[in-house]
Ligand binder design. Structure first.
Ligand code: URA
Length: 222
């Protein structure tokens, strides 16, 4: 919930001063009235709530699930409550125990372009493994490997060794549990996984659980 004057200032070009403001069809004079995205607000007869499509970058914390509904766990959609007046698409899901960047949008075409392997958009992950990682992994991931129950090998992926157990991995696709399965195929186990960026979009200075709306340049990347 926000003050009406603040809400109008942040969500539209319109100035409240001198304008006739209605909230859910009723004229309102109290600038301090508490409103949210779920209210229908207009200034001088113009609806300011329809801001077009919504594009959001969320820092997903651990134990939050990338789905719309879940009986047990908090969902990424619940974390952006207030921006969910439109149906949202999750553009590339993370596992419950993976942290980091999740993009969400009301724009179905944009979400599709982000996740399509044809676009070769780099998704960058930081990971920690249970056992040491070496140059052999770099070669195998660069070549691509056939995971169980898949018809095609993984697309070339770039692995950068950061320490004995840590690495940065860039994928251009997103098969189910892909990184955990890639390490499983090498006889290793991923114990920590974090997504730093998708395409040119990063986490800026978000803390876990926080989100921001993408700017025009970021939206234009896809
Ligand atoms: N690969 C995984 O195994 N899990 C994720 O959450 C993302 C990529």
């Amino acid at each position: 919930m926000d003050r009406l004057d603040k809400f109008i200032a942040t969500h539209s070009e319109a100035s409240r001063k001198g304008g006739r403001v209605t909230v859910n069809g009723e004229v309102v004079f109290d600038q301090g009235k508490k409103v949210s995205n779920k209210d229908s607000i207009s200034v001088n007869g113009l609806d300011i709530l329809d801001r077009g499509e919504v594009y959001i970058a969320l820092y997903k914390p651990e134990d939050v699930v990338c789905s719309h509904l879940d009986d047990v766990n908090e969902t990424v959609i619940e974390m952006i409550d207030g921006f969910t007046h439109k149906e949202m698409h999750i553009a590339g899901r993370l596992d419950k125990d993976t942290t980091g960047l999740v993009l969400m949008t009301s724009d179905g075409g944009w979400a599709h372009r982000v996740t399509s392997p044809k676009r070769k958009c780099g998704k960058v992950y930081l990971l920690e493994a249970a056992d040491p990682i070496d140059e052999e992994y770099v070669k195998v991931f660069e070549r691509g490997l056939l995971l169980r129950n898949e018809e095609k090998p993984t697309l070339p992926a770039k692995l950068e060794l950061l320490g004995e157990f840590e690495a940065r991995l860039t994928l251009t696709e997103g098969k189910y549990h892909q990184i955990k399965r890639m390490f499983g195929a090498m006889g290793n186990k991923v114990v920590k996984l974090h997504r730093e960026s998708v395409g040119g979009i990063g986490l800026r200075d978000l803390e876990p659980g926080e989100f921001y709306e993408l700017d025009e340049d970021e939206i234009g990347l896809f």
